[in-house]
Design a protein around this ligand. Structure first.
Ligand code: SF4
Ligand code: SF4
Length: 183
């Protein structure tokens, strides 16, 4: 590789320095922007990642099916739960716990959730002096709405085992008769 001429390198270094000085100089004439928190709370985008909630589907049922995917994907292992099954075949979490003292608000649990149950919200003011108060139980997490996806209902797509027959759900193909595939 050919070496650059020494004058070109000096010019590039000087140009980098001058660009930095120019940016600083221009800011001397700009009006300062000071937001007095907590008197003024800047509205955050809806996709901001802060306090976690457990949402409900449009019928008011809990979306969480206690599949443990959020727990498995959490890099700091701060989600735990116990799965259970209702009489109509729906799975749910009999208890669900998030330790916000460990949560790093990475959003991986929300990405992993197949039912859109677990969601991060823009609510970031969750600091406490006592770490134990940062352990949230299911009743602290469960809300009465669908969060960012109000209309999604996992069970209308996936069906409920034991309630309707296989192939009877919306967009679900009838089961394949394996014997009919035999030569
Ligand atoms: S946001 Fe990240 S760290 Fe927090 S509970 Fe979800 S996966 Fe775990
Ligand atoms: S919140 Fe979502 S990913 Fe976590 S257990 Fe419930 S359904 Fe599964």
């Amino acid at each position: 590789m050919a070496h650059k001429n020494v004058f070109v390198r000096i010019w590039e270094a000087a140009a980098g320095l001058l660009e930095g000085f120019y940016t600083t100089f221009i800011h001397l004439f700009r009006k300062p922007i000071t937001e007095e928190y907590p008197e003024y709370k800047r509205p955050l985008p809806v996709r901001s990642r802060a306090r976690i909630i457990l949402t409900r589907d449009p019928d008011g049922d809990e979306r969480c099916v206690a599949c443990y995917l959020c727990s498995a994907s959490c890099p700091v292992s701060c989600i735990s739960m116990q799965s259970a099954i209702r009489e109509d075949g729906r799975r749910f979490a009999s208890w669900f716990r998030i330790n916000f003292a460990r949560c790093i608000y990475c959003g991986l649990c929300e990405e992993a959730c197949p039912t859109l149950a677990i969601q991060l919200t823009p609510h970031f003011e969750t600091c406490e002096y006592d770490l134990l108060t940062l352990v949230a139980e299911k009743e602290d997490l469960l809300v009465n709405h669908g969060g960012k996806n109000q209309d999604y209902n996992y069970y209308r797509v996936a069906g409920v085992i034991g309630k309707d027959g296989k192939g009877a759900h919306l967009k679900e193909a009838p089961p394949v008769n394996l014997k009919s595939n035999m030569p």
